[in-house]
Design a protein around this ligand. Structure first.
Ligand code: ADP
Ligand code: MG
Length: 537
């Protein structure tokens, strides 16, 4: 194999995947040209994410100050957070446990010994002049995030992909600078200074906004299931920076830009796709992509230059002298004598605490309840929705497949239109089960039930039975009465009856509609069809 083969490792992999294995001995430029079609290969995007996840903990990474979003400015600041001389860091065990738990859930190798370093840069909201991070040996490495999503425009195909996680490192958050343009002042709020962060660095393996958005969405769900981060992007608990470049497959990776200021998953996808397109256009017009930091502008959907990275920053990394190496232990038994096992992080203890992860949940829902895969995604997406659904399923005789329709269409539809969470639903799982039961037992029709659902939403204090009774919505099951109603409709529509008799059965639907209208949907369509068919034949 000539050295040139190394450069073509990507196309070779392609052939194997396509099912036709081509083995090339030696180097035949014509053959290679034909197979690789190098010059015609299209440019593709390459995306690598760096994600800062704020650790959900009551106190900060190295101090006892509380962690709270939206507290009065500078009300959660210890002397250490303000970097007063003489103060020392004390590592918060719970933050370490959160990082290890996250590492385990993301299939990482947990480093039994990791190190802290100082990364220097000057920012007004970082009074020490450096950030404590894990530059040399981070707490977790070599992980993998597996994510599934509905691909493409029609979203009818589930695809499962994975992206490697290079590392997870523990570090401090900075404070916040608030710019007062009117008085041209900058005000500093140190509440966030020293809050624990997990920085997750992903390998540059994704190719577009849709993939990156799906990966981040899955990560959000995992972090929330673990309880290690609330992962709300709009509130800054999850901050995603997208590194983007373009190249032709098989060639070296292109120069990348880093896109910041992305505050939702939707914007992430937009920002990346815009950036890929922009870089392709730059290269096609013989320009050069600059290694720079760009900001996403959500109004225009564009990315705009923030600062260039050409002059590489010197962070003057150095080992943090005030913190010893961080040790975590495999099991209680491996904790050395003289150390209280309760005071250290033990991996075995944490792996026993791993909750059911979203992908496992989805599979379980599909297998247990026979619901559609896409519905399992919706159930897992909304906090508390699985419990709600399972609760209804347990209290009703209806098939889970029927229950899911109610939950996805009526419940979620109503919640979304009013911007409510599942826990704020005015209709309890019990009440919904009662309603569904009335449909199942033939006491109300399914179209009436939808009406009743809306009434229940407006008047949660009333029971299902009350509403049905007040509005006189009970199903008409009396054969004679049904006959009478149908007869009236048939008599008043002689033309339609003619057409049906002439062979156009579709017009029967019109008569059925008339019956439904007259009875306000209180009849069983199957029964009505049978009666009408008999009458006109
Ligand atoms: P640095 O040392 O400059 O921080 P890293 O190798 O740590 O660079 O990568 C930082 C981030 O940039 C990672 O998330 C990685 O996936 C991403 N990245 C690196 N090279 C590229 C590239 N050519 N295109 C897209 N993303 C990239
Ligand atoms: Mg880096």
């Amino acid at each position: 194999l000539g050295p040139v083969m190394l450069d073509f490792s990507v196309p070779v992999r392609r052939w194997v995947m396509a099912g036709s294995v081509t083995v090339l001995f030696g180097y035949d430029p014509v053959l290679l040209q034909r197979h690789c079609n190098l010059n015609e290969r299209k440019m593709v995007g390459v995306v690598g994410l760096e994600i800062h996840a704020q650790i959900q903990s009551t106190s900060k990474l190295f101090s006892g100050s509380h962690v709270r979003f939206l507290a009065p400015p500078n009300s959660l600041v210890s002397h250490f957070d303000a970097s007063l001389p003489g103060t020392l860091p004390v590592l918060n065990r719970r933050c370490v446990a959160a990082a290890v738990l996250t590492g385990l859930a993301l299939n990482c190798t947990i480093n039994r010994k990791s190190l802290f370093d100082r990364k220097h840069y000057f920012y007004a909201d970082m009074p020490a002049g450096y950030q404590i991070t894990q530059q040399r040996v981070p707490i977790a490495v070599n992980g993998m995030l597996v994510y599934s999503y509905f691909e493409g425009r029609r979203r009818n195909q589930v695809v499962t992909k994975s992206v490697k996680i290079k590392q997870i490192q523990l570090e401090q958050d900075s404070g916040k600078s608030l710019h007062d343009d009117e008085r041209s002042q900058t005000l500093i709020d140190l509440n966030r200074a020293g809050v624990g962060l997990m920085e997750l660095v992903m390998e540059p393996e994704m190719c577009c906004g849709e993939e990156a958005a799906a990966a981040v969405r899955e990560l959000q769900l995992i972090l929330q299931a673990l309880g290690t981060c609330q992962a709300n992007m709009a509130e800054g608990q999850l901050r995603v920076d997208a590194n983007v470049s373009v190249h032709r497959p098989g060639e070296h990776l292109g120069v990348r830009t880093e896109v910041k200021n992305i505050n939702s998953v939707r914007h992430l996808a937009k920002a990346i796709d815009y950036e890929i397109q922009r870089q392709m256009e730059v290269l096609q017009s013989a320009g050069k992509v600059l290694n720079e930091t760009r900001a996403f502008d959500s109004k225009s959907g564009n990315t705009i230059p923030m600062r260039d990275k050409e002059g590489l920053q010197d962070y003057r990394f150095m080992p943090e002298p005030n913190l010893p190496p961080l040790f975590v232990y495999d099991s209680e038994a491996s904790v050395p004598a003289g150390i209280d096992p309760a005071q250290v992080v033990v991996i075995e203890r944490l792996s026993g605490q791993l909750p059911e992860l979203p992908s496992v949940k989805r599979t379980r829902l599909v297998e247990t309840y026979g619901i559609l895969q896409e519905h399992s995604f919706t159930l897992v997406n909304e906090d508390g929705l699985i419990d709600y659904f399972e609760n209804v399923v347990q209290t009703t005789k209806a098939e889970p497949r029927k229950v899911i329709g109610w939950v996805i269409k009526e419940l979620i539809g109503n919640l979304n239109s009013q911007n409510l969470k599942v826990s704020q639903s005015p209709i309890s799982p019990c009440a919904l089960a009662e309603l569904i039961n009335l449909v199942e037992s033939g006491h109300i029709s399914s179209s009436t039930a939808k009406q009743v659902f809306q009434e229940m939403w407006k008047a949660p204090e009333k029971t299902v039975g009350q509403i049905v009774k007040e509005q006189d919505l009970w199903m008409i099951n009396d054969k004679e009465e049904l006959q009478k109603i149908c007869k009236r409709i048939v008599d008043s529509h002689p033309e339609e009856v003619q057409i049906i008799r002439g062979g156009n059965k579709k017009v029967l639907n019109k008569l059925m509609g008339e019956v439904q209208r007259e009875t306000k949907g209180r009849t069983d369509p199957v029964q009505i069809r049978a009666i009408l068919e008999k009458m006109v034949s």
